[in-house]
Design a protein around this ligand. Structure first.
Ligand code: ACM
Length: 505
């Protein structure tokens, strides 16, 4: 059976896959029978993308809702026989996953191998994060990227919409967030190194999406079974917002949208007006993004400016806090409480574990390491394992840095991604149920083009897809590499600018 799986070379590896004799030739005119509108639309899109314009014979594609694998919500059974294709799935997500399997096989050619695949994902959160603040990809590419991650079983796109270097979502009530906060005067091309100073490109850079584009993205993502999680950073990583509205800052000084990549001191102040401002921003975010989780950042917040602020000190006294550092938790608790009142859950980076946010409505994204994720799950927070050591795809793919495009640092080769185990080492069983899944991060300081993003994303996204989807017991890197060699031809056909195998790691 393992051999049969290898012959199909699917990624991520399905739960069960048996090759049957024969093939089925798919054609553009093959009739599709289904009562599921979403599955019908995706199947038609895939046929339009890939099916050859040959006469359809006496065959069909049937996409049906049937509870399988004990009703697991995303499960499906895909049967390909010479007479046609039958998919049974517990619900729409399973049908969409099965169609992506068909799409992978169609990328190999119009003759589909007969087989039975019974499958469903291991984790419910299979995420891809894109930083559109540091560099902003065209909206059309974001659609393409969703199509690519859906092909690999991912179901969540995390859009990092704001940071010190740019604000990308227009807020009608506060238009300067994009009009001023969306643009920077220059961009750091290289960090200081070996006694040489940083190198900047002295050119205005920026832009923003429209709300209509963002709504369109959400709708397209939904058609691919992908949810879009927006992130609005607070109280740190807020320089672009403060550049637009200096009253949000602590010093009153005019600041520029930043063009460099260090952690910035400029954080939001703790005035009631500033919290209200950010809630009004989030009101418009909620209106565009139906996501159950709204990400409010919470990472890398130096409290230097709060220590020096009379307003902040007054807030410490009036709230009975120990010192300014506790304003961090106070700020996030206020925002998370407001989100909960709007029936949304909050997502935060793992520093916010210290903020003692309510576990039932606050998810933690563990980026600094697996310990942070274990601590979050130990406190009953829904937890996404995104440790930088395994999931930061802005890290180098090889130790041979001179041969690689400039990256932020680190070393994360394919094999290491494949080796990641979100529940290890030794997470108590009682806490494992809090682990929602895993996600890769594409921070874009040095990813200036979509080609550069794809180079960093693939094939590592193929490896993490298996971590998120496939059962861990049979994990075998050599087997993954064999399947990947076939799979990369599919990515070739889709024009993906992946990093080739065989280059040094
Ligand atoms: C992060 O990398 N600062 C979440």
């Amino acid at each position: 059976m393992e051999h049969a799986e290898a012959a199909l070379a699917l990624i991520p590896r399905p739960l069960r896959c048996v090759r049957l004799p024969g093939t089925f030739a798919i054609a553009e005119g093959t009739p599709i029978y289904t009562a599921d509108v979403s599955a019908d639309a995706l199947m038609r899109a895939v046929l339009a993308e890939l099916a050859p314009p040959i006469e359809a014979g006496d065959s069909s594609i049937r996409l049906m809702h049937e509870p399988i694998l004990a009703g697991q919500v995303e499960a499906y059974r895909l049967t390909i026989q010479p007479s046609g294709i039958v998919v049974e799935a517990t619900g729409t997500p399973g049908l969409l996953h099965a169609i992506q399997r068909i799409r992978q096989l169609l990328l190999d050619g119009p003759e589909l191998p007969c087989c039975v695949i019974e499958d469903g994902p291991r984790f419910s959160w299979r995420g891809a994060h894109v930083d559109v603040a540091r560099h902003m990809p065209p909206m059309l590419w974001l659609h393409r990227f969703i199509d690519l991650i859906a092909l690999h079983g991912y179901n969540s796109l995390h859009l990092h919409l704001t940071d010190d270097q740019g604000w990308r979502m227009p807020i009608d009530r506060y238009p300067l967030l994009t009009e001023i906060g969306g643009w920077r005067a220059r961009t750091m091309l290289r960090p200081a190194r070996d006694g040489s100073p940083e190198v900047f490109e002295e050119e205005r850079y920026g832009g923003s999406y429209t709300k209509a584009e963002l709504r369109g993205l959400v709708e397209f993502a939904a058609s691919r079974g992908v949810g879009v999680v927006p992130e609005i950073e607070m109280p740190g990583h807020a320089t672009a917002a403060i550049a637009a509205y200096p009253e949000l800052g602590n010093t009153g000084a005019k600041v520029e949208v930043s063009g460099s990549w260090a952690i910035h001191d400029g954080i939001l102040n703790v005035d009631d007006g500033t919290l209200r401002f950010m809630q009004q921003v989030l009101e418009e975010v909620l209106d565009v993004f139906p996501s159950p989780f709204i990400h409010i950042g919470g990472d890398e917040v130096p409290t230097t400016q709060w220590r020096e602020s009379e307003t902040a000190r007054a807030r410490v006294r009036s709230e009975g806090l120990r010192d300014e550092s506790q304003l961090y938790g106070w700020f996030l608790r206020r925002m998370a409480g407001w989100l909960r009142a709007q029936d949304r859950s909050t997502m935060v980076w793992d520093e916010a574990l210290a903020a003692k946010l309510p576990a039932d409505s606050t998810g933690i994204m563990a980026w600094r390491g697996e310990d942070a994720g274990r601590a979050a799950a130990g406190n009953s927070h829904p937890t996404v394992m995104a440790p930088r050591q395994f999931t930061y795809f802005d890290y180098y793919q090889s130790r041979d840095r001179e041969r690689e495009p400039l990256a932020i640092g680190g070393h994360l080769p394919l094999e290491r991604v494949n080796a990641f185990e979100p529940l290890s080492p030794a997470m108590p069983v009682a806490n494992q149920r809090h682990i929602l899944g895993t996600q890769f991060q594409l921070w874009s300081e040095y990813l200036r083009t979509t080609e550069a993003v794809e180079y960093m994303a693939f094939p590592r996204a193929c490896a993490l897809a298996e971590v998120a989807w496939s059962p861990p017991a049979a994990k075998d890197f050599a087997d993954f590499r064999r399947r990947l060699a076939v799979h990369l031809k599919r990515l070739d056909r889709l024009g993906v600018n992946y990093r080739p195998l065989g280059a040094s790691e």
